[in-house]
Design a protein around this ligand. Structure first.
Ligand code: MAN
Length: 352
């Protein structure tokens, strides 16, 4: 696979972003949703900020308080044995898989560009946690344009779980909130850019508990707000690059051969790569072909090293002719972009 990484990579790093308050530091500007808006490429960044801690023995956890409409900052002692601080992203209850706090708060902020390489970051957050399902933050947005409306959907994180919420905008200024469309635990929703046989379609990624795994499902909707007729779509593959967890990445791309979905797959030890899957044009719940090997894997220094290294994670791509401009988060830290050939991706897939 020919992959052309931009010379300017990483395109946006945490140091390019001014914290939204003086006592905070930006630790991530990554996993951005992508849209073309008028003559601008919009990169809707997930910005992760944490309260500056002067004392290395204290871990601070930001939590949005809905009643007070402000952030609360909890202080935990690193020596407190009730907690497990091993994963830099989360604070777990000792001996448990579940987290009780996140180490940073994420919100969404716009970066704009005329050429898709040099970005200017808006001075203020665009979408900030605003309700009791978002008290730990909002993350990993995707943007689907349908007619003149941009649907933006993201992971809403709170003690109640991680689900997927939907908002919409026509101008990247005024935002209408539509509530949660996929209840916890669910992430990596991708709404198709047009109806197929009179229905809207979305990929989603529930995390089943009693049996099952973090795998990709597909659902239908008459109106983008209500989703049903859920079907299991794509699973993990033992011993391969996507044997730990998988989820949709960029908004599905319409091609003559079918809907092309660029998805992420992680190994059991959390190495995140990008691959592709082709779905039937008229019946997207039918899988036609899939990547045996990744189309992009962490190789460049900025993809290997960072806050949570060995991660390439795309939330959006732009297509121009045969060129796929895949924007992607690197190591839960920064944003990068790589160009790939659409026909080459399609030719690389293996029929299932
Ligand atoms: C995982 C990671 C984190 C994220 C939480 C909650 O632990 O993806 O970055 O904050 O889930 O979504």
């Amino acid at each position: 696979m020919n992959v052309y990484r931009y010379e300017q990579n990483p395109l946006v790093t945490p140091s390019d972003v001014k914290p939204h308050r003086p006592d905070f530091e930006v630790i991530g500007a990554f996993n951005a949703g992508i849209a073309q808006y008028k003559d601008e490429v919009i990169m809707l960044l997930r910005v992760a900020e944490r309260p500056v801690s002067e004392d290395p023995e204290i871990v601070k956890a930001p939590v949005f308080n809905v009643e007070k409409n402000e952030l609360e900052i909890l202080e935990l002692q690193l020596s407190d044995e009730r907690y497990d601080f091993e994963d830099p992203r989360v604070i777990r209850k000792a001996g448990s898989e579940q987290f009780v706090y996140l180490t940073s708060l994420s919100y969404l902020r716009i970066a704009r560009s005329k050429d898709g390489r040099e970005f200017t970051i808006d001075p203020e957050p665009f979408i900030y946690p605003s309700n009791d399902l978002e008290t730990f933050g909002i993350e990993d947005p995707r943007i689907t344009k349908i007619d003149d409306t941009y649907y933006i959907y993201y992971s809403a994180v709170s003690p109640a779980g991680v689900g997927e919420s939907l908002v919409s905008t026509k101008d990247f200024k005024n935002v209408e909130h539509h509530g949660m469309i996929f209840a916890p635990e669910n992430k990596d929703v991708l709404i198709f850019p047009e109806k197929v046989n009179g229905k809207y379609y979305a990929l989603h990624r529930p995390v089943p508990k009693s049996t099952g795994a973090p795998e990709i499902w597909i659902a239908e909707s008459p109106d983008i707000l209500h989703w049903g007729n859920h079907k299991y779509l794509l699973g993990l593959r033992d011993g391969m690059w996507d044997d730990g967890r998988i989820g949709g990445g960029a908004v599905p791309i319409k091609t003559e051969k079918g809907w092309l979905e660029l998805y992420h797959g992680a190994t059991k030890d959390n190495r995140y790569c990008m691959g592709a899957v082709l779905l039937d044009l008229n019946e997207p719940s039918k899988v036609i072909a899939r990547s045996e090997t990744p189309i992009l894997e962490p190789e460049a220094d900025y993809e290997v090293n960072g806050f949570f290294g060995n991660v390439v994670f795309s939330c959006g791509a732009l297509v121009e002719g045969d060129t796929v401009k895949m924007y992607y988060g690197v190591s839960d830290t920064s944003m990068a972009c790589a160009e790939l050939s659409l026909s080459e991706i399609l030719a690389s897939l293996t029929e299932v």
